[in-house]
Design a protein around this ligand. Structure first.
Ligand SMILES: O=C([O-])CC(=O)C(=O)O
Ligand SMILES: [Mg+2]
Length: 644
């Protein structure tokens, strides 16, 4: 192992003085540079490492170094500048030495960011001390993909496929993303809903290696230190959960970690954000899930959930530490918090941090996109619709609000008026004004004048909605009677069963098509296979926020946005709706397939970034001329790089 202090670093590299391609900020920070090269084999390793350090520093000047913080492309800008976090660096990083690790030999094979397995070329095997550590054959990345897909398809049980994918992510990150990008439709249900839900339920017993950062009540007062234990310094997106409402599966405590990990792998695969810029975090304040508390394999704090001031203080320390450590342009995505915290956190930090709640805002944006697109199939405008929700939590009220906002924009009517087209049913029945006093604050705008109605089917008959949306988290609640009632009112009823995973879906695709006699325009949160009904094949759409958040986040990062604004959500919806082709409409689809998701994400990112500039919320100047090109050019590529 070799450590170079500042003077030998500068002497050896010749960086002092002109500083080559290093920027002013990097130069200032060079006082804290420590270059560490390690090898597994003692003195020979030291010699090898010295050579590597020389070479790497040379390559760093040329901008082509194989160093731990660099993925194939920097997020924005060029050369090595982003490696040093020029835009996200805070004063504090001046006193935190960061190190550039040069892995070689055995440690290179064990480093998931750089490992290529059998794809290391002969020259690379010589140059990086890999001789003998690999069998003789050299394989292409394409062959590796083929082999991995073959292996994954052998597994009958989805959870086994999930574990194989997680194992790959920990072993060879680029191959993991190549697999996911090239086989997105097949692998999305594995690394994401529905399988990720089962993985969270069984997280303790399938736990092998920790992923992400765990911040529990034990870390109170030390969260900044915990953040600094994470190896990557240039973080741009954090997905954080407290595990209280994981999909529609309820409180899974610390085992909710599967969700931030899964969401961030989509940030990279679907949105092109560098993996090293992504940080999954689970905040563990306990769990009220008795089964987990009594499970000997449970990995979290064995106590009931902290609430009130204790909860608020921990969250506040977290939010403060994130800003202090990563600056104000790090995107914090709240995921799968329970209603009572989700709305409060968004309101509390929406004005001081770059925060986005995927369940409230991401889901709203994807559903609005579907409804905008559906106008091509049903005719008319959004303002012609009456919408009924089953479920009045984050997703339900979030979607309702965004629809009302869009109709207001289209018609110039105030939201108080446009909200009247939208009705919600919760566990007590239709939300009506006579219930107003006892309602949680986020339900109050939806308490319209009407007599109380207990059952969903009666609400359908009374309200006569054109659109029925399930956000209840309770499976099989769109019964035959409910769907038949929708079909008797509408020629083409729009039915969205959004709860996840599949077990919690309000109805299946088969039920929606069969009970509506093939007339429903149907989409669901979790994927369903195509359905054959009376000799015709119906392909259900997937109304999942995965269409939105990766491109939305990319747009925020591209523009250096400092706050999220509702108009950006509307822009994302319009961009997504515009991607639905005539061919998709001909199949009854209101969403494009996931196969082209990276192009779709680039379009969404471009529109979101444009809106950020328009609203004066973008900090990255000058504004790019061609936003789509800019989005595409800063997307991460999973292709192997050549290590000279
Ligand atoms: O994760 C998903 O599939 C969608 C989502 O945010 C949720 O259901 O909470
Ligand atoms: Mg969610």
């Amino acid at each position: 192992m070799i450590s170079l202090n500042r003077s030998s670093f500068l002497n050896k590299t010749g960086i002092s003085g002109s500083c080559g391609s290093f920027s002013g900020a990097q130069r200032r920070r060079s006082a804290s540079v420590r270059v560490v090269a390690s090898s597994s084999n003692g003195r020979a390793g030291d010699r090898n490492a010295a050579v590597l350090v020389e070479n790497t520093l040379k390559e760093m000047r040329e901008g082509s170094a194989v160093i731990a913080d660099v993925d194939s492309k920097p997020m924005v800008g060029g050369g090595v500048q982003d490696v040093y976090g020029e835009d996200t660096a805070t004063e504090d990083q001046f006193v935190t030495p960061w190190s550039v690790s040069v892995a070689s030999g055995y440690s290179l094979l064990r480093d998931p960011h750089h490992n290529k397995g059998l794809a290391f070329t002969e020259r690379e095997r010589d140059a990086h001390f890999l001789r003998g550590l690999l069998p003789p054959t050299v394989a292409s990345q394409e062959l590796q993909v083929k082999k991995m897909m073959h292996n994954i398809r052998q597994y009958q049980v989805p959870l086994q496929k999930y574990m194989a994918m997680m194992d790959l992510q920990e072993r060879n990150e680029k191959l993991f993303y190549k697999l996911l990008i090239d086989n997105v439709e097949e692998l999305l249900p594995i690394v994401y809903t529905p399988t990720v839900g089962e993985a969270c339920q069984k997280y303790g017993s399938i736990f092998m290696r920790p992923q992400g950062l765990f911040i529990s009540l034990k870390e109170k007062g030390k969260i900044l230190e915990v953040l600094r234990n994470w190896p990557e310094k240039n973080i741009q997106v954090i997905v954080v959960t407290d595990g209280e409402r994981i999909l529609g599966l309820g409180d899974l405590g610390c085992q909710g970690m599967g969700i931030p990990v899964g969401k961030l792998s989509l940030y990279t695969a679907l949105g092109g954000v560098r993996p090293s810029a992504c940080l999954p975090i689970t905040i563990d304040v306990g769990t009220n899930n008795e089964k987990l508390l009594n499970d000997e394999f449970y990995i979290g704090l064995r106590q009931r959930r902290a609430t009130g001031q204790e909860y608020a203080e921990l969250l506040h320390e977290f939010m403060t530490a994130v800003k202090q450590n990563y600056g104000e342009k790090v995107l914090i995505q709240f995921e799968d918090f329970a209603n009572h915290n989700a709305f409060d956190l968004l309101a509390k930090y929406g004005t001081t941090h770059l925060v986005f709640n995927d369940d409230i805002q991401g889901t709203a944006s994807v559903v609005l996109a579907g409804l905008v697109a559906a106008q091509k199939l049903v005719g008319g405008t959004l303002a012609d619709h009456r919408v009924l929700f089953l479920g009045a939590g984050e997703a339900g009220t979030g979607i309702a609000e965004l629809i009302a906002l869009e109709i207001s924009k289209q018609t110039n009517a105030p939201p108080e008026e446009t909200r009247k087209k939208i009705w919600l049913v919760d566990s007590k029945g239709l939300i009506v004004s006579s219930r107003k006093e006892s309602l949680q604050h986020f339900k109050k705008p939806w308490a319209h004048e009407h007599e109380p109605i207990r059952e969903l089917v009666d609400a359908v008959k009374a309200i006569k909605p054109t659109v029925l949306i399930g956000t209840s988290g309770v499976g099989r609640t769109f019964t035959k009677e409910v769907i038949e009632a929708m079909a008797s009112i509408n020629e083409r009823p729009i039915i969205l069963a959004l709860s996840n995973p599949t077990s919690q879906s309000e109805c299946t695709a088969d039920e929606a098509y069969r009970w509506s006699k093939g007339r429903a325009i149907f989409a669901s949160g979790s994927p369903f296979a195509p359905v054959e009904y009376e000799g015709k094949v119906f392909v259900p759409g997937q109304a999942n926020n995965a269409y939105i958040f990766p491109g939305f986040g990319l747009g925020l990062l591209m523009s250096g946005a400092i706050r999220v604004h509702d108009d950006m959500l509307l822009a994302a919806s319009e961009a997504l709706a515009a991607q639905v082709t005539q061919e998709n409409f001909d199949k009854g689809l209101i969403y494009p397939p996931f196969t082209n998701i990276r192009e779709i994400s680039a379009q969404i990112a471009a529109k979101v970034a444009c809106k950020a500039y328009e609203l004066g919320l973008a900090s990255r100047l000058p504004q790019p001329i061609d936003m789509v090109k800019c989005a595409e050019s800063c997307m991460y590529s999973p292709a192997y790089r050549s290590y000279r």
